[in-house]
Design a binder for this molecule. Structure first.
Ligand code: SF4
Length: 236
């Protein structure tokens, strides 16, 4: 599928009425559900996922293409209320690319103000400067094997803190070597934790684990718990 520009994708979910007057604060939402966090630093915690609709990228391995379109408009108050009904401490705002909707910034702040442990999964293609610093940002760096490496917004790296994490999805040995170079050039492991995931069906988890150990690379290998447990079933 042809990729659209970031601006175009964001505009498609800019909730502004025909009169040009902004309607109440709301976001296009694909799903809100309770599951286990399957990845990154908070893996294993019961977590409410808020999946925003839409993404300007088209990674070849994407496992959430069902979030590219559809969804329904939900007011931010209603989203925060629904999160509260699940009664857990961890909330993950994901997509799609959640930052493609500008009001995602408001949602993140509201969730932090309510006292949740909030994480954001973002593609790395959109500016993260306005994200509330209480949010743990899990920032993708797209490898050549993703087919979207040209979308990486390198300025984001300077904004990362130890509260954040960077994730590479590795599709091949070439991706692994490319990621090693990026880590060295940007001193990434001095900024925050760096995560390596095997691209499902492209390399074996064992191959990636062996490469990391052989190179003594200071990154964290991870496998997606939700794939192991529920095999990508939507809403799990
Ligand atoms: S950024 Fe994420 S949601 Fe968007 S296409 Fe890539 S993997 Fe899919």
């Amino acid at each position: 599928m042809k990729a659209v520009s970031t601006a175009a994708a964001a505009a498609s979910f800019d909730d502004t009425g025909a009169s040009g007057t902004a309607t109440p604060d709301r976001l296009r939402i694909t799903e809100i559900f309770l599951s286990l966090q399957g990845e990154a630093r908070d893996a294993g915690w019961p977590t409410v996922f808020v999946r925003l609709t839409g993404c300007p990228l088209r990674c070849q391995y994407c496992d959430t293409a069902y979030a590219f379109h559809g969804g329904e408009w939900r007011e931010i108050d209603a989203i925060v209320d629904e999160v509260a009904t699940h009664g857990v401490q961890h909330v993950c705002v994901t997509g799609g690319e959640p930052l493609a909707q500008r009001r995602c910034i408001q949602l993140l702040k509201r969730l932090c103000d309510a006292g949740y442990n909030v994480s954001l999964e973002t593609s790395g293609a959109i500016d993260i400067a306005e994200v509330d610093p209480r949010v743990s940002r899990v920032l993708d760096i797209k490898t050549p094997g993703s087919a979207e490496a040209h979308r990486n917004r390198w300025d984001n790296i300077a904004l990362l803190t130890p509260h954040d994490q960077v994730k590479f999805v590795i599709c091949s040995r070439e991706d692994f070597d490319w990621a090693k170079t990026v880590i060295a050039e940007h001193a990434l492991t001095e900024r925050c934790d760096v995560l390596f995931s095997p691209s499902h069906a492209q390399i074996t988890p064992r191959a990636l684990a062996d490469w990391i150990v052989a190179e003594k690379l200071p990154v964290r290998f991870q496998m997606q718990l939700h794939k192991i447990l529920w095999n990508d079933e939507p809403g799990r």
